[in-house]
Design a protein around this ligand. Structure first.
Ligand code: NAD
Length: 357
């Protein structure tokens, strides 16, 4: 029986809707296992800008630092997507949170629930058995380097930078994880063209000497993008830089059927942040149809990684599995075989998972 402080940071759009469901699942686990979870809430993104003028107010950051783990939703608003000149933007809150909390590793488990084989746009026989754990570096690369305009604004630049230290610390996390799985690690780069990738490869090759039990392959990002669709089962643990990871993990989300199914953990040396990989999805905000399973699975990751509560985490995953086995679906993962009465909204899907818990 443990006592923990969990900060709920719903953010924008469907972030609000799905995080509320994720929290209910944490509540159910606390009751079932006799834990005490204390909750607080904090603002980030568009809602924070509206309230304070900042995408990540100092108060939110302080609450994050003081909590044992953060359950996060999403940030983003169409107002900013269509206004490239906006100086304060919701995404700045996300990037600042990652930087300030030192969240350098983003873990994205991509595992297809068997019941969703037909929900993916990839053929079931190619997908069956796919189980990949991505490690995306989160605090370096082109997102954080110098950026700007020159030549009277006619030319723009974003500088990609990595230090050996940054590559080594994420590399180590990936090697350690590979050891607990199939002992296979694929490091993805573009070392034929990019200097940052050549440094990346050099560091991973050196680290490999410390993990002789792990089989390492180096693959270019372009061929990885192709192989993920052609033969996803050939991958186990994949480690890559921030930009490549951003794109490849969205591509890989199709293996799991929908963005609404995928959870992620962002970890460093302090508080971990757990969030669905999807964004604020304003096209469906307020309709009550967002899939809450990614937030529920994020809560499971939180319990496992930040609190070491394996049994609790596995119970949540099996509850999700049971709900899917019963045929219940949100719209994004429904297919021709789903009966209309099995299509659930956000809260009803949450209630179905709670029932199994
Ligand atoms: P998105 O992930 O919000 O949505 C992409 C598509 O997937 C949409 O059609 C949406 O309806 C659908 N979708 C996403 N999550 C779903 C769910 N849980 N259930 C059902 N359907 C779901 O990406 P986008 O449309 O490119 O971006 C929308 C906003 O989100 C933008 O402002 C963007 O900047 C932001 N964004 C934020 C994050 C984050 O906070 N981590 C990540 C990606 C995008």
């Amino acid at each position: 029986m443990a006592t923990k402080n969990i900060l709920i940071v719903p953010g924008d759009g469907i972030g609000q809707e799905v995080t509320a469901v994720g929290k209910k699942v944490l509540d159910a686990i606390a009751i079932k296992f006799g834990h005490t979870f204390h909750y607080d809430e904090a603002l980030i993104g568009h809602v924070a800008i509206e309230a304070t003028g900042e995408a990540l107010p100092a108060e939110s950051l302080q609450k994050m630092r003081q909590s044992d783990a953060v359950l996060f939703g999403a940030v983003g608003h169409p107002k900013y997507d269509n206004d490239p000149s906006a100086k304060v933007r919701p995404e700045q809150g996300l990037l600042k949170m990652r930087k300030e909390l030192g969240l350098y590793a983003n873990l994205r488990p991509i595992k297809l629930f068997d019941e969703l084989l037909s929900a993916s746009s990839i053929k079931p026989e190619i997908l069956k058995g796919a189980d990949i754990l991505f490690f995306r570096e989160l605090t370096g690369d082109i997102y954080f380097g110098e950026k700007g305009r020159k030549n009277d604004g006619d030319t723009a630049y974003d500088v990609a930078e990595y230090s050996k230290y940054e590559v080594e610390r994420i590399g180590r996390k990936a090697f350690e994880a590979a050891r607990t799985r199939k002992k296979k690690l694929c490091s993805v780069d573009k070392a034929n063209v990019l200097e940052t990738s050549r440094l990346w490869r050099e560091v991973i090759q050196k680290l490999a000497l410390e993990y002789p039990d792990v089989e390492v392959e180096h693959q270019f990002v372009d061929s990885t993008a192709m192989m993920l669709i052609k033969n996803p089962c050939r991958f186990d643990v994949v480690v890559t830089a921030n930009l490549f990871g951003d794109i490849l993990t969205d591509e890989a989300s199709q293996i799991a059927g929908s963005m609404g199914m995928l959870a992620s953990a962002s970890i460093g040396d302090g508080t971990g942040v757990y969030e669905p990989i999807h964004g604020s999805a304003h096209d469906i905000t307020g309709k009550g149809i967002a899939n809450p399973l990614a937030s529920i699975l994020s809560a499971a990751l939180l319990l496992d990684i930040s609190f070491g509560m394996k049994e609790e985490s596995e119970l949540i995953i099996s509850a999700v599995d049971q709900v899917l086995k019963q045929g219940f679906r949100t719209v994004d993962i429904a297919d021709k075989s789903t009966k209309p009465e099995q299509i659930l909204g956000t809260d009803a899907m949450g209630a179905a998972v709670l029932k199994f818990l």
